[in-house]
Design a protein around this ligand. Structure first.
Ligand code: ZN
Length: 65
């Protein structure tokens, strides 16, 4: 079962849009590396926002199921 972003129509994976939540994907890829990457405050702020948006999307998906 797949869903698409309401804003851009991109694929949504576990509540995260691959386009609108780009920072989340960058962070996940960085965390997979051996060297931990230090993120700027602005970057971490975006991550937190996207985490909240992802939760809202997942909540909406539960309603539809
Ligand atoms: Zn999107």
């Amino acid at each position: 079962m797949s869903s698409t972003c309401e804003d851009c129509g991109s694929k949504v994976y576990r509540g995260h849009c691959t386009w609108c939540h780009e920072e989340t994907y960058i962070a996940e890829q960085s965390w997979g590396n051996d060297e931990p990457t230090s993120f700027s405050a602005e970057f971490r702020h975006k991550l937190a926002e996207q985490e909240m948006e992802a939760k809202e999307i997942l909540e909406r998906q539960k309603v539809y199921e």
